[in-house]
Design a protein around this ligand. Structure first.
Ligand SMILES: NC(=O)C1=CN([C@@H]2O[C@H](COP(=O)(O)OP(=O)(O)OC[C@H]3O[C@@H](n4cnc5c(N)ncnc54)[C@H](O)[C@@H]3O)[C@@H](O)[C@H]2O)C=CC1
Ligand SMILES: C[N+](C)(C)CCCC(=O)O
Length: 531
């Protein structure tokens, strides 16, 4: 079992040594001009990618550096140097001292700084989106939407910071009680690689609005843009240490979960890791938010407006090369309209332009890594063996542009003839693979849709409003879309049922996951003692 290795005094000595050794860099990682002049295959990111105490820092042991790849070309983009126990301790301590200052500010004071951060993101939106594309492989059009959602999220919670308040409760004899909504302290965010900047914003915005500080660990595959967010918060005027980035993988993540000064962990990623996060956090009785995977159903009834349903199915499956946790990958189509639906959906899928993700006409970029691409292609092979029919795609794709030859591309796929028992229908593939299943009745499809351990999202397409709401009521999922799919306004709570996790991100309710309630009881009379 892991136990935190440092006592307070030793920790101080080590911290001092580390701060002497570590060079705190306050210059931005990348200037907007450098990013603007970059194109696919040209970018190199140099210098420290971790950030605490208001500047970028390199971990002590540079020998542990791991290469980070540009998915569209397969080139090395930068090195990711994981943080060990000493660096994690430094970052958490820097967050804690910032928390002591930030939590004493009025909500409106916090709001002003957060609005400035949102403004800077808006101003630098195209550059951040470009870096996201180079590091993640998704298309620039999508990355720009992701960055827009990120600043909107910070703006939304800035607006909420000034509204945080308690209750006044009248008690007998003029006595009363009141409640205070207080921050938790240092919150940890652990992110996945599919929405690197957006996940950092979804976690930090409500945390900071409530008066907390955050230490964020991005996925080791996408370390770049979280540091840009840290620089933006610093530029906006947060206290030094309020939003920190530590780089690393499982080991660094586990150090964060065990650190005694950490009050809460918010995690986005796979179910197996989510379980480990919960176990580790349980040792310190720390609350967790878990945003895990899914195998969401999308149900299309025969009375639907078919063009919209086809658009919905494409949006439900092919955003970010299918690497989206809430994707509606089990598409149930009512038998009578199956031929028309398949004809249209296959035609549209074949027309998806795959290629250089920095080009505006590209609609699908590269998957995150070579092993992940192979894993997704493995699911297609397995599906064929189990009797599914590949109507299109499902093959490695080599773009004509020579610089993209080493990229991790594949053609988006539609699988027909699927049954509920097939691996492609049961397991999260996390790639551009749509499995289509037919159904006859509403009752039957609800039962089949719910027959999964996941419960992140679901969708229904129909013109019958009573049916739409009845189906939404009966689907076991944290989000149900009616006549659309995968839109994510920041005002709307997002999170899972069943093994897709718990806790919510976005919306008003998330304030409750980043704050705690204190009750203050005030006696106005004399104390009546029983003794
Ligand atoms: N819900 C979602 O949005 C996502 C779901 N996934 C699912 O997970 C699969 C694997 O993707 P990964 O990035 O490998 O997900 P993962 O769950 O392994 O990693 C997510 C994050 O957790 C960290 N982590 C891993 N092990 C940890 C540990 N023991 N303690 C603390 N932190 C730890 C990782 O470094 C990363 O930052 C995907 O193929 C997909 O099925 C992946 C990304 C996002
Ligand atoms: C933005 N949205 C709704 C398409 C996906 C966000 C959830 C995730 O991290 O996969």
């Amino acid at each position: 079992m892991f136990s935190y290795p440092y006592g307070e005094r030793r920790c101080f000595v080590r911290s001092w040594k580390l701060s002497k050794m570590a060079q705190l860099l306050r210059t931005p990682l990348l200037s907007p001009a450098v990013i603007r002049s970059a194109s696919t295959g040209t970018m190199e990111v140099k210098g420290p990618l971790s950030f605490w105490a208001g500047g970028r820092v390199n971990p002590l042991d540079m020998k542990k550096a791991e290469p980070v790849y540009e998915p569209a070309t397969g080139r090395v983009l930068c090195d990711m140097v994981p943080c060990g126990p000493e660096e994690v301790d430094q970052a958490v301590k820097s967050a804690h001292s910032a928390y002591l200052k930030w939590s004493k500010k009025a909500g409106m004071e916090r709001a002003r700084v957060m609005l400035e951060a949102a403004r800077i993101i808006r101003e630098q939106r195209d550059e951040i989106a470009k870096m996201e594309v180079i590091n993640n492989g998704k298309s620039i059009t999508e990355a720009q939407m992701d960055i827009d959602i990120a600043w909107q999220c910070i703006e939304y919670y800035a607006g909420m910071a000034g509204t945080l308040s308690g209750q006044h409760i009248q008690l007998p004899g003029g006595s009363f009680a009141y409640t205070r909504r207080e921050p938790l302290g240092v919150c940890v965010g652990i992110g996945a690689w599919n929405y690197p900047f957006q996940i950092a914003a979804w976690k930090s915005a409500p945390a900071l609005a409530c008066g907390n500080a955050m230490v964020f660990k991005p996925s080791p595959m996408t370390p770049v843009t979280a540091v840009m967010l840290a620089e933006i918060y610093a530029q906006a005027g947060v206290p030094e240490g309020l939003f920190n980035v530590v780089q690393g993988g499982a080991e660094t993540g586990s150090l964060l979960c065990h650190h005694p000064l950490v009050a809460k962990v918010s995690f986005t990623g796979s179910v197996p890791t989510g379980k480990k996060i919960m176990e580790m956090s349980a040792k310190g009785v720390k609350p967790v938010t878990l945003e895990l995977g899914g195998k969401s159903p999308l149900i299309i009834f025969k009375d639907t407006e078919l063009e919209n349903a086809v658009n919905g199915a494409l949006m439900a499956n092919f955003l970010s090369q299918g690497e989206v946790c809430c994707n509606g990958t089990r598409v149930f189509v009512q038998r009578e309209i199956m031929p028309q639906f398949l004809e249209k959906v296959v035609k549209r899928t074949k027309a998806i332009q795959i290629g250089d993700p920095l080009l505006h006409e590209t609609r699908m970029g590269a998957l995150i890594s070579r092993p992940h691409l192979e894993r997704v292609l493995g699911f297609i092979n397995q599906a064929k063996k189990e009797g599914a029919r590949v109507l299109c795609g499902g093959e490695p794709f080599v773009p004509s542009d020579p610089k993209l030859k080493g990229g991790y591309f594949m053609s988006p796929s539609v699988l027909d003839n699927c049954t509920d028992e097939m691996t492609c229908v049961k397991e999260e593939i996390f790639g551009p693979v749509m499995s289509v299943l037919s159904f006859d009745t509403e009752e039957e499809v609800i039962e089949r849709a719910n027959n999964t351990t996941f419960g992140l999202a679901a969708g229904v397409f129909t013109r019958d409003i009573a049916r739409a709401h009845r189906v939404a009521e009966n689907l076991q999922a944290g989000t149900c879309f009616i006549n659309n799919y995968n839109i994510s306004p920041v005002e709307v709570p997002f999170g899972g049922y069943k093994m897709s996790g718990f806790g919510r991100e976005n919306g008003q309710v998330t304030i409750e996951y980043y704050s705690q309630l204190k009750t203050v009881v005030v006696e106005m009379g004399d104390v009546e003692s029983l003794f």
